[in-house]
Ligand binder design. Structure first.
Ligand code: GSH
Length: 208
């Protein structure tokens, strides 16, 4: 079997999802650095792989795939990893939280992250910052309730790729400076996964 290629940069939250999953499963891979400011993906060579000009992309024995959560599912599925359950209902619950992470949770933080974490001068509208924090906090409260109900995991009472995706979102939450509401189960989930080998690598300093 040829070596899995991961195209991206570790400073990307979405690339870290893929590398964390591959590391945990024990898949060997090589990273080809793409993405700004390292290497502009808006060139024909990269666009032929992903027309969105975004990382991550994987190439697995000639098979090309983009969208980080789809890549996580594919890696955990093809390598028969317990991170992606086989039973339909269990699998669907993991899928539900993966879909929620990208479509509901991550959709809220944009303005607040550009303003407070990236300190982008184009994002200074106080009302919009407050609105973004309010909507983001509401979604994080949903995660808090689920982690309490789910015994500290996103689904099925055990670790899955949904936890990896969600803890990277929690990392962004805790890295963005504002007065955070107290969410003890989110904090515990974050600290527990951060204490693992992969957590130290992908939730450490310099990985916003
Ligand atoms: N929905 C996509 C989003 C990918 C995405 O937003 N990637 C960003 C980095 S996190 C990117 O490629 N930005 C352009 C660049 O790095 O040049 C996924 O989950 O894979």
């Amino acid at each position: 079997m040829g070596t899995l290629r991961i195209l991206g940069r570790v400073t990307s939250i979405n690339v870290r999802k893929v590398q964390w999953t591959a590391d945990l499963i024990g898949i060997g891979y090589e990273v080809e650095i793409w993405g700004m400011p390292n290497r502009d993906p808006k060139v024909p060579e990269f666009l032929a792989l992903n027309p969105n000009a975004q990382v991550p992309v994987i190439v697995d024995e000639g098979f090309v795939l983009w969208e980080s959560n789809a890549i996580m599912r594919y890696l955990a599925d093809t390598r028969r990893s317990g991170l992606w359950p086989v039973a339909a209902e269990e699998r669907a619950l993991v899928d539900q939280w993966l879909t929620w992470q990208v479509s509901e949770l991550n959709a809220q933080w944009g303005y607040a992250v550009y303003a407070l974490l990236r300190k982008n001068p184009a994002f200074t509208d106080a009302a919009r910052i407050a609105e973004s924090i309010g909507k983001w906090s509401a979604k994080m409260r949903i995660l808090e309730a689920q982690l309490v109900k789910g015994g500290g995991f996103a689904a099925n009472g055990r670790l899955s790729i949904a936890d990896i995706a969600l803890v990277l979102s929690s990392h962004r939450w805790f890295s963005t400076p504002f007065d955070h509401p107290d969410l003890p189960a989110v904090r515990e989930h974050y600290e527990r996964l951060k204490a693992t080998e992969e957590g130290r690598k992908y939730l450490g300093e310099g990985t916003p």
